[in-house]
Design a protein around this ligand. Sequence first.
Ligand code: TYD
Length: 198
Amino acid sequence: MFVSLEGVDGSGKSTQARLLAEALGPETVTIREPGGTEAAERIRGLLADPELPLEPLAELLLFLAARADLTERVIRPALEAGRDVVADRFSDSSVAYQGAARGLGVGEVISLCDRATDGLWPDLTLLLKLDPEDSIGRAVGEDRFEAEGLLLQQTVAAAYDEIAQISDRMVPVDATGSVEQVHQRVMAAVEAHRGQPA
Ligand code: TYD
């Protein structure tokens, strides 16, 4: 099973991805986007620098380059070996941040993500829902997106809601409350997905 976690910056994805991976067992592969291969970690360094000017299309292509490498080298081999993969962000982040917030176009970015991953999309995507007003206070550090503040996060949140409405794969999860409460909701969504006929 391939599960991704999505949400605005500071929505608690990374903690929940770790707890989910622990619950799924020691064979689970956890990945963090952008990153997860040597090349992708270097690209992450470029993207994280708020001082580095970058055109929106160039920004998108860097995310996609990192993802293409990660998908072929890590995710597909793990899935083929029968392991579960938990991703802290995947293609939906590009759709929400670059497609919607940066204005490159949602449909266009979906097509480019599909190309970069050779058609691999998660089986299940958990959208951690937290008001951007609350999440921005929780986000640690300042990357190029967090530095742009509330308006960007609100656009991203609205884009995620739209994707969730049109996609059977994306399940909204209430991300308010304690880490343990959110983890219980995450596990309930995973169990519900597993109970569905393939
Ligand atoms: P991340 O390290 O997951 O940040 P956080 O843990 O604060 O949520 O992601 C870094 C930033 O990159 C985040 O602001 C979202 C952004 N991003 C995109 O804009 N497009 C993408 O395709 C991905 C994967 C991330």
